[in-house]
Design a protein around this ligand. Sequence first.
Ligand code: FES
Length: 179
Amino acid sequence: MTENPASSGVPLESRRSFLGALLALGSVFVATLLSIPLVRFALFPLLRRTTELKSSPVGELSQFSSLTAPVMRTIQIEQVDGWRKAISEKAVYVTKDSQGQLRVLTSICSHLGCTVPWNKDKNQFVCPCHGATFAADGTRISGPSLRGMDSLETSVQDGQLLVRFQYFRQLVSDKEVIG
Ligand code: FES
């Protein structure tokens, strides 16, 4: 026996608006569910954290004792990220701070990540992308970068200078490790 809507006691209009609201709620729920991977994908570069990196050899400590200007060295870094193990090469600079202590700087610009070369004629680092300049010890001189070049953690083992390579957040004034 089919029920006559009019005879159930609930007006037809109310049933329709209830079903409409239910449908709208369902659509919002599905849309939210589908947008989660997209949002995660979009935010991935900002939120990415990788696993610990091992220290990499930069060279014999004695090589850098009479340093008068920054020298570039290519280091190999091993990065284990979940299932993936990758070995890549990174350029770093060995330099000295104002007290004459060795410092190792990443060559990645703290503005937007270009590789910063040492300009021998100007006696400073000059970023080719937007013109940020830095002193030999990595201190910021001018340009759009909000901080100096990032120094890396160093150690010495058996006469070898070791460095722990890390990535830092760009476009911020404070040095913040992101991986
Ligand atoms: S990336 Fe170096 S100044 Fe913009």
